[in-house]
Design a protein around this ligand. Structure first.
Ligand SMILES: Nc1nc2c(ncn2[C@@H]2O[C@H](COP(=O)(O)OP(=O)(O)OP(=O)(O)O)[C@@H](O)[C@H]2O)c(=O)[nH]1
Ligand SMILES: [Mg+2]
Length: 297
């Protein structure tokens, strides 16, 4: 089985192929305006979006070294090291996980729960996705594998009530971590977004200051639509960080840079597959190096 970085690199292959068009300029000290425009176009084709492509080229033109090195530097400036996760001094660390349907929320929660449990933490998972019975069963499998406890109610129960119960129980029984799963929802669905706002509010009533982090899971293959997704979820659920999954598929790598530029939200983790070891803390350098062509390739 290929390593995490090999899979990341493979997943970003299409974005990188588009960027490989900038290699002819790699050895040159000076590029013409036309050559820079070509580079800008290849950044657009690698899903960076027109605005960011222009900005990256403007920065790279001022940079030192060859074009790949200058672009690498310009991209890294968009991805500063993430600040520490906001954990409370007392009581459980409460994490709310949100996002559009099928982005990988439940799978990611399973992986995170396992990771925290392996650090010796007592983990409680709240199944506030009460939409489908199958969703709760899926979470139950992950919880058992992780050695985490699960709070669940009948399907169709009020998600806010499940979230409230979960956090209240995590406080009362001195869990270290409480992770709340939510149903996927499209950001344009007013009713479901209102429901999410309510989930957020009641968590704060169960434990003042909670949720301490709200992580939005974004499918790395989404492309430009990810921008409006994050914008709307941030308004409703006060997103504090991003998790970008499915970077093993036909990922649109530049979208990660666009989200970082636009929202300044830290990318906490990236996913490159369905297995436990396929979720890793985000590393800006590894990401940028996977996106850019190798000069001797
Ligand atoms: N290839 C790949 N598949 C993933 C990754 N993360 C999750 N998946 C798969 O994506 C599918 C959806 O994952 P879920 O975790 O159920 O997504 P969800 O956001 O909870 O979905 P809803 O609750 O329906 O909104 C599953 O088949 C996962 O195994 C990833 O990083 N790479
Ligand atoms: Mg789910």
């Amino acid at each position: 089985m290929a390593s995490f970085f090999q899979r990341l690199r493979k997943g970003l292959g299409r974005s990188r192929e588009n960027l490989s068009r900038l290699l002819p300029g790699a050895g040159k000290q000076q590029l013409s305006d036309v050559e820079w425009m070509d580079i800008e176009d290849s950044l657009v084709m690698a899903d960076c979006g027109a605005d960011l492509a222009g900005e990256l080229v403007a920065r790279a033109r001022k940079g030192r070294g060859d074009v790949v090195a200058a672009l690498r530097q310009a991209m890294l400036e968009l991805l500063p090291p993430a600040p520490p996760v906001h954990e409370p001094k007392h009581g459980p660390f409460v994490l709310l996980v949100v996002g559009v349907n099928g982005t990988g929320k439940t799978t990611t929660i399973g992986k995170l729960a396992t990771m925290y449990a392996r650090q010796g933490k007592r983990v409680l998972i709240g199944a506030a996705d009460t939409f489908r019975a199958a969703a709760v069963d899926q979470l139950a499998v992950w919880a058992e594998r992780a050695g985490a406890d699960l709070v669940r109610q009948h399907s169709g129960a009020d998600p806010a009530a499940v979230a409230f119960d979960s956090v209240q129980r995590a406080v009362a029984r001195a869990y270290d971590v409480a992770i709340i799963d939510t149903a996927g929802r499209v950001q344009t669905d007013r009713g479901l977004m209102d429901e999410l706002a309510k989930v957020y509010r009641v968590i704060g009533k169960a434990a003042p200051g909670a949720p301490h982090e709200v992580w939005q899971v974004v499918d790395g293959g989404t492309g430009q639509n990810a921008v409006v997704q994050v914008e709307r979820f941030r308004e409703v659920a006060h997103t504090t960080g991003l998790i970008v999954t499915k970077l093993d598929g036909s990922a649109k790598g530049g979208i990660v840079l666009q989200l970082a530029r636009r929202f300044g939200l830290p990318v906490r983790y990236v996913g490159v597959g369905e297995r436990l070891e396929d979720l890793m803390p985000f590393d800006g350098e590894a990401f940028v190096d996977s996106l850019l062509p190798e000069r001797d390739a």
